[in-house]
Design a protein around this ligand. Structure first.
Ligand SMILES: Nc1nc2c(ncn2[C@@H]2O[C@@H]3COP(=O)(O)O[C@H]4[C@@H](O)[C@H](n5cnc6c(=O)[nH]c(N)nc65)O[C@@H]4COP(=O)(O)O[C@H]3[C@H]2O)c(=O)[nH]1
Length: 889
């Protein structure tokens, strides 16, 4: 029985797949199975001579003692398990898993140890390899710049990489190791609940990947912080990991790339200089506006803006100044629009506005005026003020075109038409505009034949001297008498002639005819008049211009100083250097030079000084304002003072009323030209005028003894008549008005010294009227005639300076005359002071003119080697017998 059991034991002992050893308590091997022997590779004898200490790994050999101690101290069935390394016969160590138990005898005394030893080297190696691989993986994902987070399928974070930790730290998401045990999904669901849209999308995507609905999910994630906006890409990928599911979430901060992309997009769609949308974005916005308009029944207005004479700023002040100006205009345009509108830069000095979401049939003129006035505000560049105007063309969707390109094109055409019609205005596109192009073609055909067919004539408009009252010159103005079209005014064909180049032969005809006519007048004894001829830009740019004028003078025999060449500011400012050369050459020839329409372009004083100009012609728009009171007349007065300082004469154009003439005369303007004295008329009419010696009335002359003028404003006719009677003997010129409004009209037309206004008038009281009169005509002496009852308002007006004196009704004639005498005397004293000032100014002007002439002569001699001067001098000598020496002609 025992034998059988011993046999069974040995069989089990030897066949066991693990090593089994019996050891003495000191580690001596007592019994071991074949598995143990083979595991270590020792021979049976070798093992019997060894102890476990001898084959234990040096790092672990010392562990045996404590193990035994624990077994001895432990309960009966206690066994100890550990992993240990043992040296094999070849010297290598193997990893084993050891389970040791203590065998006790019947008295419970320790007998020996039994160890079951399993070779786990392969497992240990695998574990090691796995650890290595994990370490490698960790350092790999740590090296990635993407933020990586691995979760289980519920979203619980298992691990994160270094970049993720840093990101979390930076963004205050989860601090330090706080990510552990957190749930990525829950965090995002919570953020979604708080309104973060992208967090909601990410949570939903994550759930789908976790459930296996998809293997991967990608999205762009925008994160807004109060200081910055950041963009991320997020990718969620699903991985099976030993039966479990792992979700790898990788996000990458693509803010820089995104910003660069945005910048690129911005650059592609915006104008670099002004930051406004460019052409391509304009088309896009227009397309959107049209779609929107179709849906909601809106209209879309397109306004095409072109800055008038912008090129001049660029050419005269350089591109930097031009850029600055464009920027200012762009900023202003943005400010006049609503949020839904667009202002775009179309190119150069062209802007386009889109006004969308408009229900109204028509476009409110106020918006157009707002745009025009915002552009018209002065722009200060290098401490100089510049004034710009613009021409605008307007087209509307759906009426004028159905697509963005055609809409803009039509608005552009309308703008072109506005320019044609005199700039600083706007035109609506109308289908008729296409007809306009055809009309132009027809006109051009006629114009080409006009010279040959002798259809042009010249009209002449007198220029009158404000000191002598005499006609001293004429402006030659062309007229086209077409057999079918009738009398075509120059405004309608000069532009076309300019564009087609026809202006050159036409201009040459004008020059020849005007000079010949002037010479003819001179020969008939009508005096030495100056004849002014307009030169257009194209003529001015002609290469042989000066020579051709010289040959006309030679041909007609007209003295050069009797020819006045009129050019506009814009012509000379286009190419300043070239203009200075041409003007100097003209000066050398001896002709006079005028700047026409002064004040409407770039009235740059510094340049004006460089041009050898004799005359400035104040544009009629300023003259129209001159009697409108101190503010409005200021520009004309400033031009006069400035020109005089430079020694330049001033002619005021477009004088239409006596009052304008009077004001100009008082302000020392040199000459006037305008409908009030004479419209442009045929040569024969001029002859009659000259023969009859038509002059200005003496009371309008510059240095005259002024005639006292009184304006009486009273609604009661009898009172007016009584006042007139009382003043009959005084020789005062009396103007009568029945209301304040009528009084203001008379003030606009006439020069008035003293105003006598009744207080009680319907509509406007005397004090109200005098307050307005004070604002517009501060030099007038203002007297109110009243009863005592209105005393308070009159006293207020006196204190405010609106009323000089108040007289009571009924008045005593003597007293009234005395008061009026005082008022006139006071006014005359003020006038006299001003007159003396102006006389000093005129003297200064003459001095400046002499200096200027001297400078011109020196400059010509130095610059032109005396050659052209000789022509002028020769002509001057030939005409010496006929030409007066007064340089101010
Ligand atoms: N409202 C008003 N207008 C007044 C008054 N006095 C004169 N005018 C008008 O003002 C214009 C003055 O000529 P501009 O400024 O040189 O302006 C001229 C000039 O730029 C151009 N032009 C005329 N003749 C010629 C020419 O022979 N050659 C060239 N190149 N241009 C010419 O055509 C423009 C218009 O000439 P016009 O129609 O003759 O118009 C003339 C004249 O008739 C007034 O009191 N009130």
């Amino acid at each position: 029985m025992l034998n059988e059991s011993t046999q069974r034991f040995h069989a089990t002992f030897d066949l066991a797949p693990v090593g089994i050893v019996h050891m003495a308590l000191d580690g001596q091997f007592l019994l071991f199975n074949a598995q143990f022997r083979d595991m270590l590779g020792y021979g049976d004898d070798e093992i019997s001579s060894l102890t476990i200490h001898q084959i234990a790994h040096p790092d672990e050999g010392a562990d045996f003692g404590p193990t035994i101690a624990r077994l001895l101290a432990g309960p009966e069935a206690f066994s100890h398990r550990c992993d240990r390394r043992y040296r094999c016969q070849d010297g290598d160590f193997i990893w084993t898993s050891v389970a040791i138990s203590l065998v006790r005898d019947g008295r419970q005394s320790p007998k020996h140890l039994i160890a079951v030893i399993e070779n786990i080297t392969a497992r240990k190696q695998m574990e090691h390899a796995l650890r290595q691989s994990e370490r490698f993986m960790k350092s790999t994902i740590d090296a990635l710049s993407q933020h990586i987070c691995v979760t289980d399928e519920d979203g619980t974070i298992l691990t994160v990489n270094k970049a993720w930790q840093e990101f979390a730290l930076e963004n205050g998401v989860l601090l330090g190791a706080a990510w552990e045990r957190k749930n990525y999904l829950a965090i995002h669901e919570q953020a979604a609940d708080m309104g973060t849209h992208d967090a909601g999308v990410l949570a939903a995507g994550l759930r789908e990947v976790a459930c296996g609905v998809r293997d991967e999910f990608n999205m762009g994630y925008r994160r807004n912080s109060p200081t910055a906006q950041r963009w991320f890409t997020v990718r969620v990928t699903r991985f099976p990991a030993g039966g479990a599911t792992r979700l790898v979430i990788a996000h990458e901060d693509v803010t820089q790339t995104r910003q660069a992309e945005n910048e690129l997009q911005y650059l592609v769609h915006h104008d670099k200089l002004t930051g406004l949308p460019n052409r391509s974005l304009l088309q896009d916005r227009l397309r959107q506006a049209i779609v929107h308009a179709d849906r909601y029944g809106y209209r879309v207005w397109v306004i095409f803006i072109d800055l008038d004479r912008f090129k001049l700023v660029n050419d005269t002040l350089g591109h930097k100044a031009g850029d600055c100006l464009l920027n200012t205009i762009a900023t202003r345009l943005k400010l006049v629009l609503r949020g839904t509108d667009t202002a775009a830069r179309f190119g150069g000095d062209e802007f386009v506005l889109i006004l969308s979401e408009c229900f109204e049939e028509g476009l409110a003129p106020s918006i157009l005026h707002r745009v025009m006035s915002t552009i018209a505000e002065p722009v200060v560049i290098e401490e100089q003020e510049f004034f710009l105007s613009c021409s605008m063309g307007i087209a509307v969707y759906p009426n004028d075109a159905a697509d963005p390109e055609t809409l803009v094109d039509h608005a552009d055409r309308a703008m072109y038409r506005a320019k044609e019609l005199g700039r600083n205005s706007y035109q609506f596109y109308a289908a008729a505009m296409n007809e306009f192009s055809l009309e132009r073609l027809r006109l051009e055909k006629h114009l080409r034949n006009a010279l040959e067919r002798d259809e042009f004539i010249l009209h002449y408009q007198p220029q009158v001297d404000l000191t002598t009252g005499e006609i001293v010159g004429m402006e030659a103005l062309i007229r086209w008498q077409h057999p079918e079209l009738g009398m075509v005014p120059p405004d309608q064909f000069i532009g076309l002639a300019e564009e087609t180049g026809l202006i050159v032969p036409i201009g040459a005809w004008v020059m020849r005819t005007a000079c010949a006519q002037n010479k003819a007048w001179q020969r008939s004894g009508l005096g030495n008049l100056r004849i002014a001829v307009n030169l257009s830009a194209r003529q001015f740019a002609q290469e042989n211009l000066v020579e051709s004028v010289a040959s006309v003078l030679a041909e007609t025999g007209l003295a050069p100083q009797l020819l006045d060449i009129e050019i506009t500011e814009s012509i000379v400012m286009t190419d300043v250097e070239e203009a200075v050369n041409t003007l100097n050459a003209f000066k050398a020839l001896g002709v006079k030079l005028s700047i026409d329409d002064f004040g409407t372009g770039y009235s740059s004083l510094s340049y004006l000084q460089r041009f050898p100009i004799d005359v400035l012609k104040i544009d009629r728009s300023f003259v129209a304002d001159i009697t409108e009171g101190a503010d409005k007349g200021a520009i004309a007065n400033a031009i006069i003072a400035m020109a005089h300082n430079l020694g330049i004469d001033v002619i005021a154009e477009g004088v239409e009323t006596e009052a304008q003439c009077d004001t100009l005369s008082q302000n020392m303007c040199d000459q006037i030209q305008g409908y009030w004295f004479s419209r442009p008329v045929a040569a024969e009419t001029i002859e009659t005028m000259l023969q009859e010696k038509k002059t200005l009335p003496a009371n309008l002359l510059r240095l005259r003894a002024p005639q006292r003028t009184l304006l009486i404003v009273d609604d009661e006719r009898n009172v007016g008549l009584a006042l007139r009677r009382a003043l009959r003997s005084t020789g005062i010129r009396i103007l009568m008005a029945r209301s304040g409004r009528e009084g203001l009209e008379l003030l606009a037309e006439n020069r008035v010294d003293v105003i006598l206004a009744d207080q009680r008038m319907p509509g406007m009281t005397g004090v109200e009227f005098l307050r307005t009169a004070k604002q517009k005509y501060p030099d007038t002496m203002r007297i109110v005639l009243s009863g005592y009852t209105e005393l308070q308002s009159i006293t207020d007006a006196v204190n405010a300076g609106a009323v000089y004196r108040f007289l009571t009704k009924p008045w005593e004639d003597d007293q009234l005359r005395k008061h009026l005498e005082e008022a006139f005397a006071h006014k005359e004293m003020v006038d006299e002071n001003r007159r003396l000032n102006l006389i000093v100014q005129t003297a200064n002007k003459d001095l400046a003119a002499s200096n200027r002439q001297l400078r011109n002569i020196v400059a010509q001699k130095q610059g032109l080697g005396g050659q052209p001067l000789a022509i002028g001098q020769r002509m001057e000598r030939e005409d010496a017998s006929e030409v007066a020496t007064d340089d101010r002609q």
